[in-house]
Write a new protein. Structure first.
Lengths: 113, 116
């Protein structure tokens, strides 16, 4: 059974700092991995999607990497801003022919001005 | 382009009542799914569908029914609401077709349900 774990559960950093959020999964047979952002009381917004054949994806100040063999992904946020404060969730799609995502519990990030 | 639309956004039910959470997407996506989000439990899959007329169970299907009569709609029915079903419910959709989508999954804004 696929399990997804995110560490740390919460993180507080000063504005401007570079930071790394971690995601690990137990079964390397994944179709893709996706990072989401969730603001309080809101839905999930997709940030980056990495296909199983890819090693990383970048969007602006965000960079996500994937190491299937070790069952790990990282989300790197450069030059953090208070507007980055949110909960970040990673999720793996185990099969292409379903919509079944397995989520981690999330990392709640606070960026202090 | 509305994306994934969920209604209602907030609902209070009494134990034993039934209701339907509506979900519609206008992106012609084949795959649709329902998740619930609870503190300390994360998001868990309730039911999913890979196309019109095809549905299957996820991790926590008990107490919920779904149907997929059209590509656009995927309603979630609570047959007899229980306090344990107090949660935030999210509908999601995705497509395998076309490189531009990148298989990204799109979520609705959520439905907050309280069962008293």
């Amino acid at each position: 059974k696929q399990e997804v774990t995110q560490i740390p559960a919460a993180l507080s950093v000063p504005e401007g700092e570079n930071l790394v959020l971690n995601c690990s999964f137990t079964d390397s047979a994944i179709y893709n991995l996706q990072w989401f952002r969730q603001d309080p009381g809101k839905g999930l917004t997709s940030l980056l999607l990495i296909q199983s054949s890819q090693r990383e994806q970048t969007s602006g100040r965000l960079n996500a990497s994937l190491d299937k063999s070790s069952g790990r992904s990282t989300l790197y946020i450069a030059a953090s801003q208070p507007g980055d404060s949110a909960t970040y969730l990673c999720a793996v799609l185990c099969s292409s022919n379903t919509g079944k995502l397995i989520f981690g519990q999330g990392t709640t990030l606070q960026v202090k001005p | 382009n509305a994306g994934v639309t969920q209604t209602p956004k907030f609902q209070v039910l009494k134990t034993g009542q039934s209701m339907t959470l509506q979900c519609a997407q206008d992106m012609n996506h084949e795959y649709m799914s329902w998740y619930r989000q609870d503190p300390g439990m994360g998001l868990r899959l309730i039911h999913y569908s890979v196309g019109a007329g095809i549905t299957d169970q996820g991790e926590v299907p008990n107490g919920y029914n779904v149907s997929r009569s059209t590509t656009e709609d995927f309603p979630l029915r609570l047959l007899s609401a229980a306090p344990s079903q107090t949660s935030v419910y999210f509908c999601a959709s995705r497509s395998e077709r076309g490189q531009s989508s990148g298989n990204t999954i799109y979520f609705g804004e959520g439905s907050w349900l309280t069962v008293v």
